[in-house]
Design a protein around this ligand. Structure first.
Ligand code: ADP
Length: 368
């Protein structure tokens, strides 16, 4: 026999060469008649299913199929009879010892003289693949459950923090009335400032928890944008920030349909950030553009700015560009703002340059 040429082989020699190739293949190769009787069985099949060639030739293929999957064989045979091929069919087959093996099956018709006389199957053990898929699924479920536990905890903790905080600010207000000593009054004012910061943080956490549980509802009315902006500016001016807030509006003032308190909340968050992230600047700009279909509002600062690669993440929950220990925050203000504006069918985005400053814009549709 010429080792490098098959042309000179007799049909018998070719057949025995083919049989040797099949027998030594790493893949499990089995052939069967259209009635399901096993006609050939290679070494890999022996390893995969535990039956020797002698034991299994002449037996019905159902010996390998778990009872609840017997219908699959009807489907495979009907496809083969129609001359079709089945590729990478993922299923389970049974080892001689009863253990189920996850496999990927490819089945092709065996055609002799133009007639389909049986089927050839190649089976691959996909245990490792299935185990990896199951592990990924398990990890995903675990993560989902941890995440919902975390949301539950945030909801629970923020509500628990709210009660004592309300009571603390109540007592501070009483003390403000009874204390006459100027130094003590000064300490009290500082205490109240910190309590307000804490309250605002806790309120934001309560809102995050409302969003996660789908309970953040809008109380929509007709909202006078300029009045809401004026309220927010007034609130900020009471916080003793050194910045001047400069309002600039153009276009014909209109009302929008929305929740005035929530819109004011967004404005306060954006203005507070503008002050917080521009410690060396003296001014914050608030711009209102009245358009035909929408109002566009911008909060402009000349602060530290945001690196371009960080911009896509700033509206994510708990995201902070840099964990600067001198600037406190939890990374929820912009997330809340995004949620509130989206619920108003508006858009929110930022234009920013490191070292030059940022402008946070949002739009609100005008009532038609
Ligand atoms: P935080 O409580 O951390 O300020 P936010 O959700 O309000 O949370 O903001 C997310 C992050 O976006 C901030 O940590 C900050 O890094 C960045 N950021 C927000 N506003 C500004 C701004 N005006 N200038 C520069 N960076 C900002």
């Amino acid at each position: 026999m010429q080792p490098n040429s098959t042309n000179s082989l007799s049909p018998e020699e070719k057949q025995s060469l083919l049989a040797a190739v099949i027998d030594t293949s790493d893949d499990t190769i089995i052939s069967k008649t259209l009635n399901g009787i096993i006609t050939s069985w290679n070494k890999s099949a022996e390893q995969m299913f535990g039956y020797t060639e002698k034991e299994i030739i002449g037996k019905h293929i159902s010996i390998l199929i778990p009872p609840e999957r017997l219908k699959e064989e009807d489907y495979i045979i009907s496809e083969i009879k129609s001359g079709n091929k089945i590729d990478h069919f993922e299923t389970y087959r049974r080892h001689k010892n009863g253990i189920l093996i996850p496999i990927s099956l490819s089945v092709s018709p065996i055609i002799i003289d133009g007639e389909i006389i049986g089927a050839a199957k190649i089976a691959r053990d996909i245990t490792a693949q299935v185990e990896a898929q199951n592990e990924t699924k398990r990890l995903y479920e675990e993560l989902k459950s941890l995440n919902s536990k975390k949301d539950e905890f945030i909801g629970f903790a923020s509500h628990e923090l709210k009660t004592p905080l309300t009571s603390i600010s109540g007592y501070i207000q009483i003390l403000e009335r009874v204390i006459t000593d100027d130094r003590a009054k000064g300490f009290l004012a500082k205490t109240m400032q910190q309590v307000s910061k804490l309250s605002s943080l806790v309120n934001k956490l309560v809102d995050v928890s409302k969003i996660e549980s789908g309970k953040l509802h809008l109380n929509k009315t007709s909202v006078d944008v300029e009045a809401v902006v004026a309220d927010a500016i007034q609130l900020l001016e009471h916080t003793n920030a050194p910045h001047k807030i400069k309002l600039q509006a153009n276009g014909e003032p209109v009302t929008v349909s929305g929740d005035g308190h929530r819109i004011e909340q967004v404005l306060v968050i954006l203005m507070t950030n503008a002050i917080k992230y521009s410690p060396k600047a003296e001014e914050i700009g608030v711009l209102i553009h009245y358009g035909t279909n929408q109002v566009k509002i911008g909060i402009k600062d000349q602060g530290i700015g945001i690196p371009a690669d960080k911009i896509p993440h700033v509206f994510d929950r708990f995201y902070r560009v840099e964990d600067d220990p001198n600037i406190s925050g939890l990374g929820i203000g912009l997330y809340l703002s995004h949620q509130i504006i989206e619920r108003h069918k508006g858009k929110i985005w930022v234009e920013s340059k490191v070292g030059e400053g940022s402008t946070f814009w949002f739009t609100l549709p005008i009532i038609s």
